[in-house]
Design a protein around this ligand. Structure first.
Ligand SMILES: Nc1ncnc2c1ncn2[C@@H]1O[C@H](COP(=O)(O)OS(=O)(=O)O)[C@@H](OP(=O)(O)O)[C@H]1O
Length: 310
């Protein structure tokens, strides 16, 4: 699974974006997206984890993998102990279809787990037409913005990216993989129309009630927790195993880079604070209010409520 191509031919990080199929997208991923859309054949029992960058992707991958494989891998021998979540569940557009590859999924056992940052409308048609299920996670977009800013600045060539520039991009909806309001609305609408197709989760609710949200996930993914597991506190154990503090302190997530991407992405850069409302430590109240108003206005009438300013 692991290849070292990113280390032999590292690509420089840039903020170059292309407006493509109705959303802004890092330019280097456009060919990968087209290839994914043209070639990916979904199976009815596939599970796709979808999110905007910084909405809780890494956490969702860890939870979904652990819940789904809990009878195969006791926590002590889980591959997550030695593998970064992004090398365990690969993104279509960053990993599987990178650099002209046409992946062979024959060896992957069912149900197959995939992930994507793409908006709903840009998914391969076979995902939409089949019974494949989608677990979507979103988060307070003010926290997404601040988390994204930290992530970008962790790349040496972009270390001086100003927070103001990041704010302006988000206010214009020019962030990677689409404006928050468009991304979230696409999956929200599908989850309302077909709750068996899309499970819509919120990072903050996952933090407040991990057990309840993980039970929802397990049921949706077709592997509900048994009464015995609940009594034995198996859900709490998985929550603890997938917690930021546990994953962040694993050797694999302290040093080294994600393997199955063409960019150099340090594994540690996916684990920072993991708090709800951390934006208050970085954005002025005026800046937060400005962006909140734009988001509220854009989501008006959608039926979706996103709690933003604390
Ligand atoms: N296990 C776990 N539990 C709770 N929170 C976690 C976890 N793992 C990562 N994080 C926090 O999620 C933020 C990174 O977002 P993503 O994982 O969506 O990033 S990415 O899209 O995969 O690049 C980033 O949030 P911030 O700390 O606010 O920057 C991470 O710290």
């Amino acid at each position: 699974m692991a290849d070292q191509s990113n280390q032999r031919h590292p690509k420089k990080h840039t903020l170059n974006s292309t407006h493509f199929q109705g959303f802004w997208c890092p330019s280097e991923f456009v060919p990968n997206i087209i290839s994914f859309q043209n070639h990916f054949q979904a199976l009815d029992d596939d599970i796709v984890l979808a999110s905007k960058p910084k909405a809780g992707t890494t956490w969702l991958k860890s939870l979904a993998f652990t819940i789904l494989n809990r009878h195969r891998f006791p926590l002590s021998v889980s591959p997550l102990n030695t593998t970064n979540p992004h090398d365990l569940i690969l993104f279509f557009e960053l990993s599987h279809y990178r650099n002209g590859r046409l992946p062979d999924f024959a060896g992957i056992s069912s149900p197959r787990l995939f992930s994507t940052h793409l908006p709903y409308h840009a998914l391969a048609e076979s995902i939409k037409q089949s019974n494949a299920r989608i677990v979507y996670i979103t988060r307070n977009p003010l926290d997404i913005m601040v988390s994204q800013w930290h992530f970008v600045r962790s790349m040496p060539e972009l270390a001086d990216w100003p927070l103001d520039a990041c704010l302006e991009r988000f206010c214009r909806g020019e962030e990677a993989f689409g404006a928050f309001w468009d991304h979230v609305s696409g999956y929200w609408k599908q989850s309302m129309e077909n709750p068996r197709k899309v499970l819509f989760l919120k990072y903050e609710e996952m933090k407040e009630n991990p057990v309840g949200e993980m039970k929802k996930m397990a049921e949706f993914m077709g592997c509900p927790f048994s009464v015995e597991e609940e009594k034995a506190e198996a859900i709490e154990e998985i929550a603890e195993f997938c917690s930021l503090s546990n994953l962040k302190n694993l050797k694999v997530n302290k040093n080294g880079a994600v393997k199955n991407v063409d960019l150099i992405l340090q594994t540690r850069s996916f684990f920072r604070k993991g708090e709800a409302g951390d934006y208050v430590n970085f954005l002025s109240p005026e800046a937060a209010e400005r962006y909140s108003k734009i988001v509220e206005e854009k989501l008006k009438g959608s039926g979706l409520t996103i709690k933003m300013c604390c």
